[in-house]
Design a protein. Sequence first.
Length: 307
Amino acid sequence: MSRVDLKVDLNGLTLKNPVTVASGTFGFGREFTDYLDLNILGGIMVKGLTLEERKGNPTPRVSETPMGMINSVGLQNPGVEYFVKEELPFLKQFDTKVIVNINGNTIEEYCKIAEILSKTSVDSMELNISCPNVKRGGVSFGREPEMVYEVTNKVRQYCDKHLIVKLSPNVKDIKEIAIAAEKGGADCISLINTVIGMAIDIENQTTVLARGMGGLSGPAIKPIAVRMVYEAANSVSIPVIGMGGIMNYRDAIEFFLAGANAISIGTANLINPWVAREVIDGIKEYIKTKGYGSIKEIIGKVRIPSL
Ligand SMILES: Cc1cc2nc3c(=O)[nH]c(=O)nc-3n(C[C@H](O)[C@H](O)[C@H](O)COP(=O)(O)O)c2cc1C
């Protein structure tokens, strides 16, 4: 039987296959062990961590929308120290890369978390720059290229591990943001995070979510995500992890063709806990059927017919 090489190198982080699960949709992996052998995954991006424990936003904070969902969970998590002590040893039992999503209200907080995690066995850190910068009036770190450069550059000085910067789609020009992350010292970028949205209950005439707005995810955002991955991948020379609305292997293939070196599955895990296995098998089959020997052969291969 012909073998398919699914291994990818993300500039210092090697994944045995290009399929990861997205932060906030897979907890710390425990809940999924009844359904999935975690050893099959290329990597696990764990729930976003902050320096201190966070209880998250008031409820309702999750709601279904046409072709997706909207959430304002608000980074509920037990804090970085708890994670290192109680959750990391569990995750390290598996033959998969542990990628830790880190969050802060200030650059100092991000740096402190990076410093703590640098002394542990995590494989990579994913910097979530969609958080509000409290020193800049709550504007997201990810909104302006200058701030993206600054936070990446500072965290780089405290991060001794592979560093991914996760980009927000709620920006004017994703290309500039991707370039700023690369210049700041990111080893790799991941995108997209959720798209800001709002849903209204017309009977009560209130917003559906207690906090008003939230992050839209799922199939509704896939075309936005594919476009942004295409633009980002063509603007930087570091690898790209693509995500946003991946429900099956066909969606994943779109991201590879657009230029992603690896992909991440988010909302789909909440609907179908077996989805990651189905996506891995489907990618393998696609590569074989199309007559290729490795995943690398399809990365960035999309053609625009009129160009
Ligand atoms: C319930 C929920 C919680 C999330 N929590 C985080 C988080 O803690 N950190 C982060 O960077 N992204 C978080 N995300 C964003 C996802 O990781 C992903 O970028 C986004 O949902 C797009 O992918 P998808 O459409 O496949 O879900 C969360 C998404 C959802 C739906």
